[in-house]
Write a protein that binds this ligand. Structure first.
Ligand SMILES: Cc1ncc(COP(=O)(O)O)c(C=O)c1O
Ligand SMILES: N[C@@H](CCSC[C@H](N)C(=O)O)C(=O)O
Length: 421
């Protein structure tokens, strides 16, 4: 063994410190998506892609000793692997992956106790609204829905009972922007025990990192951009505080909502191409938003300079995403546009490689299937959700084909008479 100050030791320690430096090196987001290291999962064969541990149980080493894993509800190497990679992307201390975006929110809500309060937006995803409504009635919790785009509205309802402030930005589908930085500062000053939670589904960790903007918890519907192909359901939670991570993991283990091994593999595979998909999708989204604005529609997209919160969005995010919505002024004509496209599939959800179109609020033929149908009509009216709103979720097809398809739909719905492209 070398002496403490021998040349060998010095060389070794400088090599080790450069390895440590290398290990700490942060790469640009596109590289971080695809470069995987230090996940803490041992693979005996050095597999380049994480194997799928499709097993419910793990054998014990002997009668009295357990290995690292015992039962897949409690933990599974494929899940640990993707959680570790996601923690890096979200700048989190710990990540948890669950069976859907809604179960991700559910494990967060269990941090709230009876008689505590939640502050949430008035333009949140319909399923979030439904879960919050169920939760408040079951658990004697008050939920204040306010316009979170104005931090003063949040300030007005914050009090010593507030446990969670739940933000979504950009909102789905009105594409309103919420000032995460300002609201976090306000919450810290007024309610130090309150947690700021951000639903970052519309941006993904590639475009926005709420934990770096001051939030305590971030979550995503991984069903969207993170997996990217609409072939699995999943939720992703990231947390800065290890103790909070432990409390939420308790619920994952106790209830069994952790993501199954095969879905963990699919999620990991999706994340590797996240940057190329989003870059392509948002480049096309910008061209489509400009085209629709040129036709004269009221377009909501944070990439457009006409978006009233353009500067705020770009202060927090590295891009504009690929979801936009526009109003036509006529519900029947909006329905006609949606039904006249061919490449744009009529479907819920977003963040997929295929482009999607839908009437966001109401579809007279299938009201129960709509993403905001879980918000009663009266509440939708109060919250100013326009019924003629069309949401577009841009995929990776050739943008000229997408534009042409949309243009044909506008011609058949009577909005334009000749080709404008
Ligand atoms: C913004 C947002 N958050 C959360 C969810 C819920 O995710 P999941 O469908 O994966 O449960 C959705 C869509 O479903 C969503 O659009
Ligand atoms: N029937 C579903 C509707 C899911 S909407 C999915 C997605 N978040 C979107 O915005 O399109 C339900 O009841 O939740």
């Amino acid at each position: 063994m070398s002496e403490p100050d021998s040349p060998t030791t010095t060389a070794l320690s400088s090599a080790l410190s450069s390895i440590t430096l290398e290990a700490k090196k942060k790469y640009r987001p596109a590289t971080e998506c695809v470069f995987v290291e230090n996940t803490g999962v041992q693979d005996n064969y050095n597999a380049s892609s994480m194997p799928i541990y499709q097993t419910a149980t793990f054998k014990q080493t002997n009668a009295s000793e357990m290995g690292e894993y015992d039962y897949s509800r409690s933990g599974n190497p494929t899940r640990t692997f993707v959680e570790s990679h996601l923690a890096k992307l979200m700048k989190a201390e710990r990540a948890l992956v669950t069976s859907s975006g809604m179960t991700a929110l559910d494990i967060i809500l269990r941090l709230v106790k009876s008689e505590q309060e939640i502050v949430a937006g008035d333009d949140i995803y319909g399923g979030t609204n439904r879960l919050l409504t169920f939760f408040k009635t079951q658990n004697n919790v008050m939920v204040h829905h306010v316009d979170t785009t104005d931090p003063r509205c949040v300030d007005q309802v914050l009090n010593e009972k507030t446990r969670l402030v739940l933000l979504e930005t950009p909102t789905n589908p009105l594409i309103k922007i919420v000032d995460i930085i300002e609201i976090c500062k306000m919450v810290r000053a007024k309610c130090p025990d309150c947690l700021v939670v951000v639903d970052n589904t519309m941006m993904s960790p590639y475009l926005q990192n709420p934990l770096e903007l001051g939030a305590d918890i971030v979550y995503h519907s991984g069903t969207k951009y993170l997996s990217g192909h609409h072939d699995l359901m999943c939720g992703v939670v990231g947390v800065k505080n290890a103790e909070l991570g432990k409390q939420m993991y308790f619920v994952v283990n106790a209830t069994g909502v952790g993501l199954a091994p095969f879905d963990c593999f699919l999620l990991m595979r999706g994340i590797k191409t996240l940057s190329v998909r989003i870059e392509r999708q948002q480049e096309s989204a910008m061209k489509i938003a400009q085209f629709l604005e040129g036709v004269g529609f009221k377009v909501r997209y944070p990439g457009l300079k006409s978006h009233p919160q353009y500067d705020l969005h770009h202060k927090m995010a590295r891009g504009s995403g690929a979801v936009l919505s526009f109003e036509t002024g006529d519900v029947i004509k909006s329905e006609a546009i949606v039904e006249s496209t061919r490449l744009w599939l009529i479907s819920v959800s977003f963040g997929c490689v295929n482009s999607l179109i839908r009437l966001q609020i109401i579809n007279t033929s299938m009201p129960c299937k709509m993403s905001h149908a879980s918000i009663p009509e009266k509440v939708r009216k109060e919250r100013n959700l326009p019924e003629d709103l069309i949401r577009l979720c841009v995929g990776i097809e050739d943008v000229d084909d997408l534009l042409e398809d949309l243009e044909n739909a506008l011609i058949s719905a009577g909005f334009i008479t000749n080709k404008q492209l």
